[in-house]
Design a protein around this ligand. Structure first.
Ligand SMILES: C[S@@+](CC[C@H](N)C(=O)[O-])C[C@H]1O[C@@H](n2cnc3c(N)ncnc32)[C@H](O)[C@@H]1O
Length: 341
């Protein structure tokens, strides 16, 4: 083998699903909540989780090596505890819990991604739609447990992005926000907590309303956030000086993306702003691996839906009349694409 060539990047990527599945299984077992703020030996933790002894040390030590657990001491006396990140984000008792997304990755997407090859050859979705023929949202929303899981997953995914949007976008000039496809009203709750002058409509399909209302009431924001139920293809969007869509445009094909952009335009006053919060792909389509993988995920989930670049957003928004544009980087691979009317 050439001394200059190093295959380790290839092998790390090829085996990346091993580490991923170890984390997803730990979330499935609720290991991080079981540990809470305790330190436990492998035997204690293995017994609590009802694991066979063969795998316990490998499983827990792999999590240590992956920096998803800490261990004080070695061997049978070694005691495992959460890292500060797993304590904050993967313990169900923490208000910052983001395990919803790993739970859904484990229960749905890990299996569906096994059929990526078929998706690439056929352009067809590889999820529940393949089995039952219903659209992704019809399928998820027909099942209360799956609906809950999906809504929680969205929450974990976008919380930090919405925090950063609240900090980085100048909301001072605006009074009202319509968050379209608002799910559990997370954007309204987080942006509203920082900008007390704003009021919100959080718009989503009727089965979501009850779940969103519960979160809004718990946040004490009932007076400022109105839940509006509807179908964004059949109904008009609630008018506001800012229209936001978090991970909504990427759910649809180009024709439907353009319908939603036109509806956002029509819901805004002359000085309004439209903001899409997504894992925007870099214009040269070389850098944002996560955005590109997310687009493949949309192939698995929907078929003709796809993620897009800032240049794509600008082109589609210009077509309906938006005049100027801005990209605001948010957490990690996500950005806010802003179009001003
Ligand atoms: C991928 S989720 C994004 C949720 C949230 N905005 C976020 O950023 O996490 C897409 C949302 O669009 C909603 N949705 C899908 N089809 C819809 C429709 N026809 N009318 C209204 N909302 C819809 C879904 O219920 C879901 O909450």
């Amino acid at each position: 083998m050439s001394a200059k060539l190093d295959p380790s990047h290839i092998m790390q990527t090829a085996t990346a699903f091993w580490g991923s599945k170890v984390l997803l299984t730990a979330v499935e077992f609720d290991l991080f909540s079981v540990l809470g703020d305790r330190a436990m030996t492998a035997e204690q933790l293995g017994e609590t989780l009802k694991l066979h002894p063969r795998g316990t040390y490998d499983f827990f030590d792999a999590l240590v090596a992956l920096k998803l657990l800490e261990r004080a001491g070695d061997g049978p006396q070694g005691r495992y505890k959460n890292t500060s990140e797993t304590a904050a984000f993967l313990n169900k008792k923490s208000p910052m819990y983001i395990g919803g997304m790993p739970e859904m990755l484990n229960s749905r997407l890990f299996g569906f991604w096994n059929n990526l090859g078929t998706a690439l050859k056929t352009g067809e979705p590889q999820n529940e739609v393949k089995l039952h023929g219903k659209s992704i949202f019809e399928e998820l929303y027909a099942n209360e447990a799956k609906l809950g899981e999906f809504l929680e997953a969205m929450t974990g995914f976008q919380a930090e992005n919405f925090h950063q949007l609240a900090v980085k976008f100048d909301f001072s000039k605006y009074k009202t926000v319509s968050d379209i496809g608002g799910a559990l009203a997370l954007l309204s709750r987080l942006v509203g907590a920082r900008h007390e002058h704003l009021t919100f409509h959080t718009f989503d399909l009727p089965p979501v309303a009850r779940h969103a209302q519960k979160q809004i009431d718990a946040a004490g924001m009932t007076e400022r956030i109105e839940v509006v139920s509807g179908d964004f293809f059949a109904d008009e969007l609630p008018k506001a000086s800012v229209v936001t869509m978090g991970n909504v445009l990427h759910d649809w094909n180009l024709e439907k993306k353009k319908i939603l952009i036109k509806k956002a335009y029509d819901a805004l006053p002359d000085d309004g702003a439209f903001i899409a919060i997504e894992n925007l792909i870099d214009d040269a389509r070389r850098e944002n691996a996560f955005g590109l993988l997310m687009s493949l995920n949309m192939l698995i989930e929907v078929g003709d839906a796809f993620d897009y670049t800032g240049a794509d957003f600008r082109e589609w928004c210009s077509e309906v009349g938006f005049k100027s544009f801005e990209i605001i980087p948010l957490a990690g691979p996500a950005s806010a694409a802003v179009a001003y009317k």
